[in-house]
Every structure is written in structure tokens, then in C-alpha cells.
Design a protein around this ligand. Structure first.
Ligand SMILES: [Zn+2]
Length: 200
């Protein structure tokens, strides 16, 4: 399988890179991405393909369940670099329907050591949806319920994002907007859930 990757790279060099050397040489000198993408690690959500963007366009952070946790040094460093050094004006948090990470909120798999701990940061999304369903006295198909949890998880992670003082500051200074999106693997379309505009 990894040989396929190297074969693919060989084709990339001859069919893509060598035909657009000027672009790639210029890009090698400096990156100026205009969006930070916080998405799920899921292999079926390839950022550049679903947004039809090119190398250099998007700064990317992906993890299980597109989670924002302020105690996550990995993402925190990505955010700091994006805001303080790259001056990126837009952050997108993109979830996706059929997310295994969100589905795992339902599992009581005691074998896993790290996944449950990680998903604590998404638990509230599930609780909020279930609370709403209870309050409305409605019955939802399991799939519809999971979709709502995926959507609520994006809203929840937007809230977590705004717990960072430097994110709030950038929004107050009107240099940053943050966006919540959900990708549908069955249609290929992105649904815009929420946009938090810079506040003055
Ligand atoms: Zn996922």
C-alpha cells in the first residue's frame, strides 16, 4: 500500500509539479494561507479536494472528531502560529456526517485508553441534543440524532475556540472570523452552520 503512495508521488512530480514549476517554486519561498481548517482525521474528508483549493491555500489541523480543546498543546500551537505569525483571517471548523469519532460517544469501549478521554471534549454536544429531544418529547431516527450531534459538536467547538484569549482578541480587533461547517459525504456538499463575525 505505501508503495502506491510513492508511485503516486512519482506521477505527481512528472504530471503536476514539473508542469507548474513556477507556482511551486514561488510557494516554496513563502506560505500565505488565508484559512485555518480544523477538521476530522477521517480519510473521506480530504480538505483540498472537497474545497477545490491548491497547496498554500489552507493551513490544516485534523484530529478525531474535529475537536477544539484548550488543554491540547498541539492545536494550541497551530492556533498561535495561525493568528500571531500567519495572520490568518478565517478559521473553519468542519465536521462531517457519519463521523466515527462522534459515533464513538455512544460506545462504552473500555479497551481504548485515549479515545474516550479525547472525546470528553465533545460529550456536551451529545448531552445537549439528547436534552433537546427529551424536552420536545419527540422521537428521532438514530441517524438523524447522530447528524444533530455532529452539527452541535461543531457549535460546541466554536465555543471552545473562543475560550482562547488571543482568539477573542483577534475577533474584537476585527481581524478574525470563525465558521462552523459540516461536510456531507453522500452529496459532497458543505453545509454552513454558523459564522461568528469579528466584533468591534
Ligand atoms: Zn470524523
Amino acid at each position: 500500500m505505501v508503495q502506491e503512495l510513492l508511485d503516486g508521488n512519482g506521477r505527481f512530480v512528472t504530471e503536476v509539479f514539473d508542469k507548474d514549476k513556477e507556482f511551486f517554486y514561488k510557494l516554496a519561498g513563502e506560505q500565505k494561507p488565508t484559512v485555518l481548517w480544523i477538521g476530522c482525521s477521517d480519510s473521506r474528508v480530504p480538505v483540498n479536494m472537497i474545497t477545490q483549493t491548491r497547496p498554500g491555500d489552507i493551513f490544516v489541523h485534523r484530529n478525531v472528531g474535529n475537536v477544539v480543546a484548550t488543554n491540547d498543546w498541539n492545536l494550541s500551537a497551530v492556533l498561535e502560529f495561525s493568528i500571531n505569525h500567519l495572520y490568518i483571517p478565517d478559521i473553519v471548523i468542519c465536521g462531517h456526517y457519519g463521523c466515527g469519532g462522534i459515533q464513538a460517544l455512544e460506545d462504552d469501549n473500555l479497551e481504548d485508553k485515549y479515545i474516550p478521554v479525547w472525546l470528553i471534549n465533545a460529550q456536551k454536544a451529545k448531552d445537549r441534543v439528547d436534552e433537546k429531544i427529551r424536552a420536545l418529547h419527540i422521537e428521532l431516527e438514530p441517524e438523524k440524532r447522530m447528524q444533530l450531534i455532529v452539527e452541535e459538536n461543531v457549535r460546541l467547538q466554536l465555543e471552545h475556540l473562543q475560550e482562547y484569549p488571543f482568539i477573542r482578541r483577534a475577533m474584537q480587533q476585527k481581524t478574525l472570523n470563525i465558521h462552523g461547517w459540516v461536510y456531507d459525504m453522500l452529496t459532497g456538499a458543505i453545509k454552513v452552520m454558523k459564522t461568528e463575525k469579528s466584533r468591534g
